[in-house]
Design a binder for this molecule. Structure first.
Ligand SMILES: Cc1cc2nc3c(=O)[nH]c(=O)nc-3n(C[C@H](O)[C@H](O)[C@H](O)COP(=O)(O)O)c2cc1C
Length: 407
């Protein structure tokens, strides 16, 4: 699911003749599944590497080709002008060294080149090529030229390349392309210039080398907040416990395992953060003594584990809170939600607390939808707010409140 403001958008995908062109079938399919309208323009070289029929079938529209630039088939509708006016965002993926050169030179001899030149919407280029081609100063200069004109050129990933080389040149994953496109489409940048620290996921408290105590938190809520803050312009650090989620693009990920590691990371990242959102489900207890060897199944039918309390990270951050810093905590509760949330707000010196009823299967842990009540510190003088919906709606609602109180 896309973020709230990224629905109903029109995406123009330019495909140039890189070997990664075959991956655009998956990209188009992902956008169509998310409800976008997608038009595709293939260069002649691209049309040899991925079938226009595949892309037109997936996009449910014709796939445009270079031969359409000067075709009289379209009557008075000039394809490059019509397409450039239609698009909310123009994505070139994969972008060959040649397509990068053509775009930087303002070459309008192809349908893609002419459309790029005419288009006023945000433009994103995803170069993908042999690592020597990418490292070549000519390519770098073309990328820089486009960036200086306000376009975005996303560095390729590193790894094994189709040409047999190893290095920078891979097309980023479909998810990363979706992420970067959302960033370009985001209409607000109210967190620009702000550093936002977000914690997410569960912690694992190991009792022996192969077993741990944890909880069912997936990290989805914290990851959605980190993504949304980044889309809205923040520099984001995401301190995450073990989560099976792809780290959002453009976010600095600090991976931790235990509550102690999370505390250490938070204390080192929190000074200098303007906003801190503690959405992680941190374990309250750890084993007093972690067994060095795997605990064996013994003759006795019971086993007693002695636990000791972990430090309260939100409280530790609250005690050190600097003037102007906003600290938001989560309260996952199964009973007396309001009372417990208000107690947490006060005891931990929070500015707001997001109270989450995790007693049912529909909301809270491991669920895609959520219903939360947000209580603000009395000094902020605002009544509680309820937000229900998917995690994007909750993430954006929480950031709206923070944005309001920091104005
Ligand atoms: C099999 C094959 C794969 C290619 N892959 C790439 C590539 O990944 N990146 C790139 O910049 N050029 C690649 N090229 C070279 C381009 O296809 C060539 O420069 C072409 O002129 C690009 O045209 P276009 O930019 O109009 O699509 C490849 C060529 C071949 C034959």
């Amino acid at each position: 699911m896309p973020p709230l403001w990224a629905t109903d958008k029109k995406i123009l995908l330019g495909v140039s003749g890189g070997i990664a062109a075959y991956k655009t079938a998956e990209l188009v399919r992902a956008w169509i599944k998310q409800g976008y309208q997608v038009e595709t323009i293939l260069t002649d070289a691209a049309a040899r590497l991925v079938s226009p029929l595949t892309l037109s079938t997936l996009a449910k529209r014709r796939a445009w080709r270079d031969c359409d630039l000067l075709s009289d088939e379209h009557g008075w509708k000039i394809p490059h002008i019509t397409l450039s006016e239609w698009a909310d965002v123009l994505v070139v993926a994969p972008c060959t060294a040649n397509a990068l050169r053509a775009a930087a030179a303002g070459d309008s001899s192809t349908l893609l080149g002419a459309t790029l030149l005419a288009c006023k919407s945000p433009q994103l280029f995803f170069p993908a090529m042999n690592s020597n081609m990418w490292a070549n100063p000519a390519t770098k200069a073309n990328a820089r030229t486009l960036e200086e004109r306000g376009h975005r050129v996303i560095d390729p990933d590193s790894g094994p390349l189709a040409c047999g080389y190893e290095g920078a040149g891979r097309l980023p994953s479909t998810e990363a392309i979706l992420d970067e496109t959302w960033f370009s489409l985001c209409p607000i940048r109210d967190f620009a210039g702000k550093k936002v620290l977000v914690t997410a996921g569960p912690t694992h408290e190991y009792i022996d080398p192969v077993r741990f105590i944890s909880n069912p938190s997936t990290g989805k809520m914290g990851y959605a907040i980190a993504s949304e803050a980044r889309y809205r312009g923040a520099e984001v650090v995401l301190v995450s416990g073990p989560a099976a989620l792809r780290p959002p693009s453009g976010v600095r990920l600090v991976s931790v395992t235990s509550a102690e590691e999370m505390k250490e990371a938070c204390l080192s990242e929190s000074p200098g953060s303007d906003v801190i959102v503690m959405a992680a489900a941190v374990g309250d207890y750890r084993a007093r003594a972690r067994s060095v060897q795997k605990i064996k199944r013994a003759a006795s039918r019971s086993l007693t584990l002695e636990l000791e309390q972990n430090d309260d990270i939100a409280r530790a951050i609250g005690e050190r809170k600097a003037g102007g810093q906003i600290l938001a905590g989560f309260a996952a509760e199964t009973e007396n939600i309001r009372e417990n949330a208000l107690r947490k707000l006060d005891a931990k010196n929070l500015d707001l607390v997001v109270a989450n009823d995790v007693s049912g299967a529909e909301t809270g842990f491991a669920s895609d939808s959520n219903s939360v009540e947000i209580y603000l510190a009395p000094a902020l003088g605002q009544p509680p707010k309820r937000i229900s919906g998917d995690k994007w709606e909750v993430a954006s609602g929480i950031l709206d409140i923070i944005s309001n109180v920091t104005e």
